[in-house]
Design a protein around this ligand. Structure first.
Ligand SMILES: [Zn+2]
Length: 313
């Protein structure tokens, strides 16, 4: 579901579309900026997925790593990504969430994955499981890892082979991704939560980033529970409420939504692209009610689960 203030999503890195930038000298700085946003998104997504296992229906094994391959970049960006980020044909680590299994296993940015649990990690040559290209085969192997059992990750680092032992932790299924676009937008389908780099850069804190991603994650959970309604104020209010609980449970300041939502609204209006509704009285009223509910539960030491929550199927 694309939110009211979520505009047309721009070209994803996965779509191999060149990023518009005229000055070649800016390539490295731009890649570095994107990588930093990838790291922020990875960090927040890992905490949201790890700390909300009780509220999400579909679960998975979490590694907390972001992988990319060269074909995710178009044109001259591909060469720059290889040179500056070390991203080639193999699935390559571009970001690691703090305190994640990937970080604890000693994986590092630039590590190129060769095999996961003895199976080919795949990559742009489509030599992985079921011919999946890009990072898809590697992600499928990581997601399918058995909890509680160490998983051998064979990588190449600086030209030398190395094996790391990953111990995945349980978490909500779903992947968060940064998409490259000058538009402010975030969206969710049943598998993926997306945020544009423009919006991620615009957030003033990790709490704000978490509130946005958690709102989209709430949509993802609702879709996985079989919900298929069209966008409406009622659905948005429900995603707002569940999202605030998800953010709070992961230790983020959900209260930042009070300022953030009206700001996104104004932002979308100013850019002439949003059918902005995030600042509508109905949304804000629901947000305040949910924040009150969260505060009350904290005061009484009750579980941070929305009242009336029947669980995601
Ligand atoms: Zn929404």
């Amino acid at each position: 579901m694309i939110d009211a203030w979520a505009l047309l999503l721009g070209a994803s890195l996965a779509a191999a579309t060149p990023i518009a930038a005229d000055d070649a000298r800016d390539l490295r700085a731009r890649l570095d900026l994107l990588r930093r946003q990838d790291e922020r998104v990875a960090a927040v997504a890992f905490r949201l997925a790890r700390d909300n296992v009780a509220l999400c229906g579909r679960r998975t094994a979490l590694a907390g790593v972001v992988l990319q391959t060269g074909t995710q970049y178009g044109g001259r960006w591909r060469d720059a990504a290889r040179r500056y980020l070390g991203v080639g044909a193999r699935p390559t680590v571009v970001a690691l969430a703090p305190d994640s299994p990937g970080e604890r296993a000693g994986l590092r940015r630039g590590d190129a994955l060769v095999a996961i649990g003895g199976e080919a990690a795949g990559g742009d040559a489509a030599n992985g499981r079921a011919g999946r290209v890009g990072a898809a085969a590697a992600y499928a192997l990581l997601d399918g890892a058995r909890l509680g059992e160490p998983l051998a990750i064979s990588v190449v680092r600086g030209g030398a082979p190395l094996v790391a032992e990953l111990k995945p932790v349980p978490g909500c299924a779903g992947r968060a991704q940064l998409t490259v676009s000058a538009e402010f937008g975030a969206s969710a389908d049943a598998r993926t939560v997306s945020i544009t780099d423009a919006l991620a850069i615009h957030t003033r804190s990790e709490d704000e980033l978490a509130v946005i991603l958690a709102h989209e994650w709430a949509h993802l959970i609702m879709k996985n529970a079989g919900r298929r309604e069209a966008a409406s104020l009622a659905v948005e209010r429900e995603a707002d409420r569940l999202g605030l609980f998800l953010a709070a449970r992961a230790g983020y300041r959900a209260e930042t939504a009070r300022d953030l939502w009206p700001r996104l609204d104004a932002l979308a209006r100013r850019t002439h692209v949003g059918r902005a509704r995030t600042g509508s009285p109905g949304r804000l009223q629901g947000i305040n009610a949910a924040l009150g509910e969260i505060a009350a539960k904290r005061r009484t030491g009750a579980l941070l689960i929305p009242d009336g929550w029947t669980g995601a199927r």
